[in-house]
Design a binder for this molecule. Sequence first.
Ligand code: HSE
Length: 436
Amino acid sequence: MKPINVGLLGIGTVGGGTFNVLKRNEEEITRRAGRPIRITTVADKNLELARSVTGGAVKLTDDAFAVVADPEIDIVVELIGGYGVARELVLKAIENGKHVVTANKALLAVHGNEIFAAAQKKGVMVAFEAAVAGGIPIIKALREGLTANRIQWLAGIINGTTNFILSEMRDKGLPFAEVLKQAQALGYAEADPTFDIEGVDAAHKATIMSAIAFGIPMQFDKAHVEGITSLESADITYAEQLGYRIKLLGIARRRDNGVELRVHPTLIPAKRLIANVEGAMNAVLVQGDAVGATLYYGKGAGAEPTASAVIADLVDVTRLHTADPEHRVPHLAFQPDQVRDVAVLPIDEVVTSYYLRLRVEDKPGVLADITRILADSDISIDAMIQKEPAEGETQTDIIMLTHQTVEKNANAAIARIEALPVVCGKVTRLRLENLQ
Ligand code: HSE
């Protein structure tokens, strides 16, 4: 049967993995897809690299725009990344009637609404399994496997770099800066790791999942994003003593008045399966009203795990490209005219529990003053530790876990606590989710 022709834009780590896996598993993939999937052209600025990966078996060019204009190409695989030229190339490919497979979470989180509208108009598919959690088929699960459900919330460890850093900080008691250097030396973190450690990469992925889970547009600009750069080892230790682990979670939750969309370090009970996802691994926990909780675990990055997702999309497109566009799975899981503009709630309106660490003078009445403020604010205490002051010191740490409250209420109470003369400096505040 006539092969379907693929133009690959970018032959870095994922591009190389895609080329190799397609070649290695060619026979099985063809049996599944119904016809061969053939990479005919590779575009990369580094032609030498392209030649060494492909062995010169395909057409090579440094002009990606020529690939998206090539009438021989049926599917364009965009693995360039970023929102600049990648956006132009994807829109051009769509305009030229080509299906697109992309691993580019930043592009979709920021420009996805424009891209999906263009694809809808042209009747082409834009597939993006590799954009979220690498090799884990979470897009397929959310879009198809869980389609009977009203998704209530999802929470994911969707950045391997930060999960590696947090695991090492906990295991070895090392500070953030030191573990970051290790992560860079091991090749987990980029030379410029800003998007990873500041939570931006996780927010891109959470934005995409929220759109598919709830049938809402991409609203990355409304997401609340906090990374792990100011997380202190002391808090990881105290959390552990209270039976919790700290993970950088991407959370999307449906509420009566909108949706929560947030990324931040989060205490979660150590006994939950997801709390035990260590190192660079990813996991996403999804709560549906019919199915209950389901957990998806695997490698969130790397050449072949990500290639696994890219090729799954290539097979989907190959199977469906002759189908009437109305009979394909909608890009955002919901029919395009059923995507609803539900507001993302400001972080002040989020409802969650808190971990509070306070440095206080060790004097009578201190605890009473603090608990009075919490009681006045209707914030209930769930657990508490007070350390004995170290030898020769007059100050000590109090650690409290609270029940759920609205964030603005917690912030107001914390401001009153910080104003007490017996409380030294700022209160450390982390959010806590029970994930039940
Ligand atoms: N930089 C990402 C991570 C991998 O550390 O998980 C690609 O999404």
